[in-house]
Design a protein. Structure first.
Length: 510
């Protein structure tokens, strides 16, 4: 468990730093270009490349490769793992290259259909930026498989550094080419995808890689691998569609809407990335190992600890976001050409997103329980159902709430997704101790509903400088929340204290 704790902290620190650097990048873009047609074009340009990544299962292959490679390692069959790696890289890289070439030619037609509200220079810029970013998916894909092998071997340093290098590269190259406009940040995204997600991880594993060109796509292990991966691929496409649908309807709303949606998602993804995604990445090799060895007690114990810890922390973050949504947007984005009126509009969307944080995080962590058992079909089916159910809301709510309705739709969908995927897991894994875990989550939810409501109500009657309110109010909320969590003896608080606070206190003392 010590290795798990270190892995979780390393991945959490990496994602936190990556998010901070990402905010610096977005703050630079906001200060130089504000929020309007140009920034909408830039953020919209990542939609088609991301969709391609999901279409060829870039994320899915790395997720499914970890439990498979771990299985080979446990059974002393690493050579089989490298053979499978060779087939995957050989076959899928060719497919990806062909897809990139086709999409480069078809970009004008596809982008126009994806963003029907775009026209003129806004549409032309989106097409150009899309074409620049598209080849980056080749590096993300190959780097993702290498990262999966490193994590299967429980080596997390290079996978942790990859997103940092990527975001730093975007900033550096964006500023270097700033005289050409926001296009410099698109160039930075392409170059950064090579340097971070691919190059540094390849260099870390280059002496161990046993790669031989192999196009035997009829190989039994490869076909089994595809069988497991395709449902995750479909699930990731659904995630991409979730983002794209919000941008699709957002393109019909006033200029700046897509920028506001992007800014809000960036903030929302901080606690989800730092704690949920990082813990999910860290626990997957361990869960896979426990399940392969049929150590179900350890499997259940890890499920309970990881879920309650992530739910507690992300509920804490959601509470802070909801209470200080306006002040947080002003602090992060309001400078240069990003004016107060932009902050007000952005904060409304951010508030609607904030409600989804713990449930979004919950989906991220619970889905890994399925993946560790090589069961990828059920999360995909549930995701498909949730997307279908959300479409009427995407159509109706924006008519009454504007862009805030798009964000609220996503929050409602994430809540339903989490509840469903959580309870269905009992059907998949009979030994799942669902009652104990459900009670833990229910206690956390009730606790934070009371805390958030109280601070939200009190804040309405305090009239002081917004920055002072944010600084002082956040500190009080943090201390009061931790005190009450300890006083009420929430199990998740103790895990949070041991894994994070205690380490921070020790470092401060040193």
């Amino acid at each position: 468990m010590k290795k798990l704790a270190l892995a979780s902290i390393l991945m959490s620190s990496s994602i936190l730093l990556s998010r901070v650097i990402g905010f610096i990048r977005d703050a630079i873009i906001a200060a130089n270009f504000g929020s309007g047609a140009m920034t909408d074009a830039y953020y919209a340009s990542f939609t088609l490349p991301d969709f391609l990544n999901y279409l060829v299962a870039g994320g899915a292959f790395s997720l499914t490769f970890i439990p498979i490679f771990v299985h080979y390692l446990v059974n002393k069959e690493e050579d089989k793992g490298w053979k499978l790696y060779s087939i995957i890289i050989s076959t899928m890289s060719i497919i990806l290259i062909i897809a990139i070439i086709i999409l480069e030619f078809m970009a004008p037609t596809i982008v126009k259909s994806m963003f029907p509200g775009f026209s003129g220079k806004l549409l032309d810029d989106t097409i150009l930026f899309t074409r620049i970013v598209l080849p980056a998916q080749l590096f993300f894909y190959n780097g993702g498989i290498i990262a999966a092998i490193l994590m299967a071997k429980k080596r997390f340093l290079m996978p942790a550094l990859a997103p940092l290098v990527y975001n730093i590269s975007i900033i550096i190259f964006g500023l270097l080419f700033s005289k050409y406009g926001i296009i410099g940040f698109s160039v930075g995204a392409l170059l950064g995808s090579f340097l971070g997600p691919f190059l540094i991880q390849f260099l870390a594993l280059r002496k161990e890689i046993n790669f031989k060109l192999n196009f035997n796509f009829l190989d039994k292990d490869f076909l089994n691998f595809l069988k497991i991966s395709i449902p995750i691929m479909a699930g990731l496409i659904l995630i991409s569609l979730d983002d794209w649908i919000s941008k699709f309807y957002g393109s019909k709303l006033p200029d700046g809407t897509i920028t506001y949606l992007n800014n809000s998602r960036r903030l929302i993804m901080v606690p989800i990335g730092v704690f949920a995604q990082a813990n999910a990445q860290a626990i997957l090799p361990f869960l896979s190992e426990f399940f392969s060895k049929k150590e179900f007690e350890k499997f259940n114990q890890l499920i309970r600890k990881s879920t309650t810890l992530v739910f507690f922390i992300t509920s804490f973050a959601a509470s802070w976001y909801i209470v200080f949504h306006n002040e947080i947007i002003r602090m992060v984005y309001q400078r240069g050409k990003f004016l107060e009126v932009n902050s007000i509009e952005n904060s409304k969307i951010f508030l609607m997103f904030a409600f989804a944080v713990p449930f979004w995080a919950g989906v991220t962590i619970v889905s890994r329980f399925y993946y560790s058992m090589k069961n990828t079909l059920i999360p995909m089916i549930i995701g498909a159902v949730m997307l279908i159910l959300s479409i009427p809301l995407f159509i109706i709510l924006p008519k009454y709430m504007g862009a805030s309705g798009l964000a609220l739709t996503i929050s409602i969908t994430k809540f339903l997704y989490f509840i469903t995927i959580f309870f269905v897991f009992k059907k998949v894994f009979k030994e799942f101790e669902i009652k104990v875990l459900f009670l833990d989550i229910a206690k956390i939810m009730i606790f934070f509903i009371v805390i958030t409501s109280s601070f939200f109500f009190i804040k309405r009657y305090i009239k002081i400088n917004w920055f002072v309110l944010l600084a002082v109010g956040s500190s009080i909320q943090f201390v009061v929340t931790l005190f009450l969590a300890k006083f009420l003896k929430l199990d998740a608080y103790q895990e949070f204290f041991n894994r994070y606070l205690l380490r921070i206190i020790r470092k401060i003392k040193r």
